[in-house]
Design a protein around this ligand. Structure first.
Ligand code: ADP
Ligand code: MG
Length: 711
């Protein structure tokens, strides 16, 4: 291979595993003094392992370099040249130059490269520095190249024996206090110092998936010989990362299945059938299928761990009630936990209503009840009088003791942290768990996110649902939205108006903004209508009153903060106006719009706002284009990137560094198959050949995690 490090022989005495490299500080490398070490630390790099896994964000392909004398107007080209001089261009704004111009010479000719922003680069571009520039060749007061990328490289005369050699120059995310060039040199040295890195993945897996070994892959990702090899190496690193996570998930699943003896919850259908007969509609095919899947799980001895994914308005509540009633038929208790009081209250109202004729005692437990109400409720839960318990987080406090809880439903799971999932078990009970979410995550992705759960998808909306006509209006024209509201109200419908989002820390600001909007609408825009206000700072009683009035039609226009985001269900509301729409995330917008796709009337949604960034414009465009939550979540991932997807809030799993779920779905599926097969054969990774793998997974997930490889 062309790059020098590969020529290092790999005698067994220089074997260094990744965990060992994690214990070796970067300062052991020549040329890495305290200043550089500090700069590296800012990049999150402390050990040799960190350094060699600081992968390039891309490679500059020098095989397409053009001579300056050969450049043509209008083409996109890459040139390698020496810096002759640098000067600022454009009008200075508050003392800052908006850009600068670098005069380049490559032996065949001169050309200026114009760089906008990236001021920090300027200081590094002293004359005689070699750079690679790519961009469009334009004519602006003479020929110039508009630099899309500009990278400092070694003197091309030395190409072939330095760290920045070969045709592909790795470009690293660099930072203050360290140049990309220095970073490249250090990584090169770290690879040399590391010696041969043994592979923790079983050879059989690598062979069956045709993946290069870890040692080669790491080197090729930094200093590849060809595009092909680079891609193969990347694929290996992506596989590596996903495989470790999947091993963890497989181990967790195994652990849960063994450590929690479940019990069979089988009903006779008496309550479920009466409930279904009383509904004004028949279940959709998708709802029926999911109910069947859930009941089958419940009747098995293993504790159920199932995720029900269904878009906003797909009718998850009815599915949950069928499951809860089955638990009650079996002579036990069922509980449903909602993320907000507004939603818990609503569930309580609609469930007690739907079950009015049935011999089922429904109770509500929230944080804001009076001590007396609470005592009655807790008693009923403990002595078994209460069959179906509806609540908020209050349900999982220590002093709540269930008589015989056998099913827990967690509604709108994405609004909870993951920790709630374990809590019921801590109390010495291992009930069946049903987790419901509308978070529109494409199905394949949810396999990873919730990798230890079985997944059911409600992929059908109740009949007659009409797409929500969605329009964007600039705030200067927001009265057009209110004119549309007026039309709907004339038809006897109701409306939501959502206040702009404020920072979570500014609760008082939220109240002020909500009251202001409420004032404007009730006094100026709809003086002749009944307007109500709902925000998070109101007391539970006030909220209850407002929601009751809205549900009953007493309030025609409900001005609300995001408290109505999830779950709220008032079918007569047919229009929603979202003020400051550009500030909301895509899944929030989708949830909010979901408030009006519940009835038979053609629903409308107005997104009011003046998006300033590309991302916010893209979000509004996506809302206009797509109705389907799955499509929207794909758009969301594309806009946001995936960095936050794996945040502990969602899954308790580590963030992905190399893999990109959308791009790497196929690799994910492969990694999952291999990992689950391996854990099925060797649940605790006891086989000595799996020792290195076990150590890697423990390092990644934390060896003390209760479910990891514990017998
Ligand atoms: P989500 O999945 O968002 O929680 P809900 O369970 O709140 O949705 O249901 C949304 C609305 O659709 C409710 O008004 C509910 O009564 C109604 N609904 C549910 N299932 C059906 C069905 N099969 N046919 C008609 N309407 C239904
Ligand atoms: Mg719901």
């Amino acid at each position: 291979m062309a790059w020098p490090s590969s020529r290092i022989a790999s005698p067994p005495d220089t074997l260094t595993t990744l965990p060992e490299l994690r214990a070796r500080p970067v300062t052991e490398l020549p040329g890495c003094g305290p200043g550089i070490a500090a700069a590296l630390e800012r990049l999150g790099i402390e050990s040799l392992a960190d350094l060699i896994s600081h992968y390039p964000s891309r490679h500059e392909d020098l095989s397409n370099v053009k001579r300056i004398s050969r450049l043509r107007l209008g083409e996109r080209a890459t040139v390698v040249g020496r810096v002759v001089s640098v000067r600022g261009v454009g009008r200075p704004v508050r003392g800052r130059t908006p850009g600068f111009k670098v005069q380049l010479y490559d032996g065949s000719g001169y050309i200026p490269a114009v760089v906008w922003g990236r001021e920090w680069l300027r200081g590094q571009l002293v004359p005689e520095t070699w750079v690679v520039v790519s961009g469009e060749v334009q004519r602006r007061y003479g020929i110039q190249i508009a630099a899309r990328t500009l990278e400092i490289v070694d003197d091309p005369g030395s190409f072939g024996d330095g760290a920045h050699t070969g045709k592909f120059v790795p470009i690293y995310p660099a930072g203050r206090g360290i140049t990309p060039r220095r970073l490249r040199a250090l990584i090169h040295r770290a690879l040399d110092a590391a010696g041969y890195i043994p592979d923790p993945l079983p050879v059989s897996v690598l062979e069956s998936r045709r993946l290069p070994n870890l040692h080669d892959a790491i080197r090729e990702v930094h200093f590849p010989e060809s595009r092909d090899r680079l891609q193969r190496a990347m694929r290996r690193l992506v596989f590596h990362e996903l495989f470790l996570v999947q091993i963890g998930l497989a181990a967790r699943k195994m652990h849960l299945e063994r450590s929690e003896p479940g019990r069979s919850n089988r009903g006779d259908g008496s309550l479920v059938n009466r409930y279904l007969n009383g509904l004004p509609f028949a279940l959709t095919g998708a709802q029926e299928r999911v109910v069947e899947e859930v009941l089958a799980d419940m009747s098995s001895e293993r504790p159920m761990r199932r995720l029900v994914q269904g878009d906003v308005g797909s009718g998850k509540t009815a599915v949950a009630i069928c499951a809860l009633l089955t638990a009650i038929e079996a002579g036990r208790q069922g509980a449903i936990m909602a993320p907000t009081e507004v939603l818990a209250e609503q569930h309580y109202l609609s469930v007690s209503n739907a079950l009015e004729e049935l011999p089922v005692e429904v109770v509500l437990l929230t944080g804001s009840q009076t001590a007396a109400e609470r005592r009655v409720c807790l008693n009923a839960i403990e002595n078994g009088q209460a069959h179906l318990i509806i609540g908020t987080h209050a349900l999982i406090q220590r002093h709540v003791r269930f008589r015989d809880l056998s099913l827990v439903v967690v509604d709108e799971q994405h609004r909870f942290g993951v920790s709630q999932r374990a809590v019921f078990k801590e109390k010495g009970i291992s009930p069946d768990t049903l987790i419901m979410t509308a978070t529109p995550i494409p199905r394949t992705l949810s396999l990873t996110l919730y990798g230890d759960l079985e997944v059911s998808v409600i992929d059908e909306l109740p009949p007659g649902r009409k797409p929500v006509e969605t329009v964007h209006v600039e705030s200067a024209r927001r009265m057009e939205a209110y004119a549309a509201v007026e039309e709907e109200l004339d038809e006897g419908r109701q409306a939501y108006v959502i206040c702009p989002l404020v920072e979570e820390s500014e609760a008082l600001e939220e109240v002020r903004a909500a009251e202001e909007l409420y004032g404007e609408l009730s006094e100026k825009v709809f003086p002749h209508r009944r307007v109500g206000l709902l925000h998070g700072r109101m007391s539970a009683a006030e909220k209850r009153e407002v929601m009751a009035a809205f549900r009953g039609g007493g309030i025609e226009v409900l001005v609300a903060t995001v408290v109505v985001e999830v779950g709220v269900d008032v079918p007569n509301a047919s229009i929603i106006v979202i003020e400051g729409a550009e500030r909301f995330g895509l899944s929030q917008l989708h949830q909010l719009r979901g408030r009006v796709c519940r009835g038979e009337h053609p629903p409308r949604c107005f997104l009011v706002g003046d998006p300033q960034t590309e991302d916010s414009r893209a979000r509004l465009d996506a809302m206009i284009r797509y109705q389907d939550g799955f499509r929207l979540s794909e758009a969301d991932l594309a806009i946001r990137g995936e960095g936050t997807l794996f945040g502990s809030r969602q899954s308790g799993m580590p963030d992905l560094k190399v893999a990109k779920l959308l791009r790497d779905v196929e690799v994910l599926v492969e990694a999952r198959k291999e990992a689950f097969a391996l854990v099925a054969n060797d649940p605790y990774l006891r086989d000595p050949a799996h020792g290195p793998l076990k150590r890697e997974v423990e390092e990644l997930l934390g060896a003390d995690i209760e479910w990891l490889f514990r017998e």
